[in-house]
Design a protein around this ligand. Structure first.
Ligand SMILES: Nc1ncnc2c1ncn2[C@@H]1O[C@H](COP(=O)(O)OP(=O)(O)OP(=O)(O)O)[C@@H](O)[C@H]1O
Length: 593
């Protein structure tokens, strides 16, 4: 790959960049020797000094395997970050580890290096398993390990995620030494004996606190049971560890060693300027929901027009608004795509590819994107809705400010959301300021040295800015109508019948205004079925927010959210009639949680 440079926006001089995708970084400045002042020289953002990324040593002092070292260098990793410097030697000693460091500081390389070192030894069968809570994170981790091991001349890593053909995974499982996957598919493969585990050594939990939440816990515990001690080392990683869930994490480990680089349970996000924009409107009725939705999306429009950014992730709590918002922004000249669990897996991965390839500027997403996803050009995060869990706030905001960069986060809040934000502010002592009035937002933009585009990225960015709006593909934007008196159109305040809904759609109205409380669905999937029938998926998505339970084992390969509460679900199912759905399999509403 050729050396990739970019121009400093201020001076116009060439700024050398190093990233995993930018292998040749020979003309980087000489690193300073004073560890307290040294920036992370391996970063794309070398001009910024992040106190959390001080230089403590070199990869040469940390990694002894020469081919791995060469692969790291060729991938642009020159200087280990503090979590890498501290956790890799401890992990190599065979200790169980509970590691915490703030978002974007390189935890993935810690366990990638440890797994690769282990699996490079000549032993057959599965040796390291990495679990991640979303398919996208698993896919991303696989990409990193695969790149490193291919550069070492021996491909040894495979990924195992739901929404892909099961039989293909069985074939892949037989030969791989490092497996990365989501709990459901991995559990299914383990139960069915697809992996050879006689030489198994290392279980890694990325986003460990998320994996210990109810929806994954049973599957993760089952997996741990299938990979018994002694001889198993367990390593857990996250930016946050909820006190309640920490006990669950600890239970999976044995005499763990703690590497906690963030002082509080929530990591500092010092390089991300955080703001909120308050709307004095509580969405208690459908009419208010519509009015607030309309005001919020106009606020996003205004924000985008006033605040320079390269790429942005907009987090939205209600999936049904996501596609509309993406279409709306695209039509305004901010090419946007939407991603959520409901989309077929191939589409989800394609959406991420388009964002990474700079084909779009805005990713509108659910909390599927809140953790682990690394897109280093994202310099703006918008919380269209505030997340419910404080930890999710930190993970969402941590999608910007990656590896020493600056970033900006803006939360759009109703009065009740403001109260929740206030709790986060006080509990975790973070600074979240009211967004200044119109006119001076330019000064909020990240400093120009913060994210530097390579030449190909600059070209892509310029093309995006220059593309005429009309040429961008977008489905018709559904505009909520508001009567002259400020009241939403009656169509939005009453549930519409089928025919009316079609009419409303034809008239470019927004037919669905209710944000239904999350309901859950139980779906019977025969245990030999790998894929949820598409008819069932469609049926479930309409009346619920798309959550699914299945009897096909802890986390079946359904394309939506896994739901492994087998015992409760069985009990519930025996007392409730199926959801009205004429087809197979039967679907049951699942109202608790
Ligand atoms: N030593 C290094 N030198 C240069 N860049 C690095 C180094 N380590 C990691 N990076 C880059 O930093 C970015 C963030 O890394 P990574 O995704 O591992 O962070 P993380 O700590 O796992 O974050 P999160 O908690 O959000 O998952 C990636 O783009 C990665 O390529």
């Amino acid at each position: 790959m050729p050396l990739l440079d970019s121009r400093d926006p201020d001076s116009g001089s060439i700024v050398p960049l190093t990233r995993a995708r930018m292998p040749n970084d020979d003309d980087l400045p000489t690193p300073p020797t004073d560890a307290t002042e040294a920036p992370a020289w391996g970063s794309r953002h070398a001009a910024n000094i992040d106190p959390d990324l001080v230089k403590l040593g070199e990869f040469e002092d940390l990694v002894r395997n020469p081919t791995l070292l060469a692969a790291l260098r060729a991938s642009g990793f020159r200087t280990p970050s503090p979590i890498q410097w501290k956790a890799i030697p401890l992990g190599r000693l065979g200790l169980d580890l509970i590691a915490q460091a703030k978002s974007g500081t390189g935890k993935t390389i810690v366990f990638s290096v440890l797994a690769i070192e282990l699996a490079s030894c000549v032993r057959p069968g599965l040796q390291a398993l990495i679990l991640a809570p979303t398919r996208e994170i698993a896919f991303q981790i696989h990409g990193i390990i695969d790149q490193l091991t291919r550069l070492m001349g021996q491909s040894m890593c495979e990924y195992f995620i739901g929404g892909t053909p099961y039989q293909d995974d069985v074939r892949k499982a037989a030969a791989c030494r490092i497996a990365v996957g989501t709990p459901g598919r991995v559990c299914q493969l383990l139960v069915n004996g697809a992996f050879a585990t006689a030489n198994f050594r290392m279980l890694i939990l990325d986003e460990a606190d998320k994996l210990m939440e109810e929806s994954f816990q049973a599957a993760v515990k089952d997996i741990a049971t299938f990979l018994p001690r002694p001889g198993r080392q367990t390593l857990t990683f996250s930016a946050t560890y909820d006190a309640g869930l920490m006990a669950q994490v600890e239970a999976l480990t044995m005499n763990p060693h703690y590497v906690l680089l963030a002082q509080t349970s929530a990591p500092t996000l010092g390089r991300i300027r955080q703001f909120y924009l308050h709307f004095d409107l509580e969405p208690s009725t459908p009419a208010q929901q519509v009015a607030l939705h309309q005001r919020k999306r106009h606020a996003v429009r205004d924000l985008f027009r006033r605040l320079p950014f390269y790429q942005c992730i907009v987090f939205i709590n209600h999936a049904h608004k996501g596609q509309q918002l993406a279409d709306y922004l695209t039509q305004l000249g901010f090419p946007a795509v939407w991603i959520a669990g409901q989309l077929p897996q191939s589409e989800r991965l394609d959406v991420l590819r388009r964002v990474r390839d700079f084909e779009v500027r805005v990713l509108v997403g659910s909390d599927l994107m809140a953790r682990g996803i690394d897109i280093d050009r994202v310099d703006l995060v918008v919380n269209y809705d505030l997340p419910i869990a404080p930890a999710t706030y930190f993970h969402r905001v941590g999608r910007t400010g990656r590896f020493g960069a600056h970033g900006t986060a803006v939360s759009l809040v109703s009065p009740s959301e403001l109260v929740r934000l206030e709790t986060i502010r006080q509990e975790f002592a973070v600074t979240v300021q009211s967004l200044p009035d119109a006119g001076n937002l330019d000064t909020l933009a990240a400093p120009p040295t913060t994210v530097r585009l390579r030449e190909d990225e600059q070209r892509a960015y310029a093309a995006l800015l220059a593309a005429p709006v009309a040429e961008r593909p977008a489905s018709p934007v559904l505009e909520p109508k508001v009567a002259p008196g400020g009241q939403p159109d009656a169509a939005f305040t009453k549930p519409l019948k089928r025919g009316q809904r079609k009419k409303a759609q034809a008239a470019q109205c927004e037919p669905q205004v209710q944000s239904p409380a999350p309901t859950y669905a139980w779906v019977d999937v025969p245990s030999d079925e790998n894929q949820l029938p598409p008819t069932a998926t469609t049926a479930i998505q309409a009346p619920t927010l798309g959550y699914i339970a299945s009897s096909a084992g802890p986390v079946p390969c359904c394309p939506l959210m896994p739901f492994p509460f087998a015992a409760e679900a069985q009990a519930f199912r025996s007392h409730h009639p199926p959801f009205p759905f004429d087809g197979y399999p039967p679907v049951y509403p699942f109202p608790f949680l």
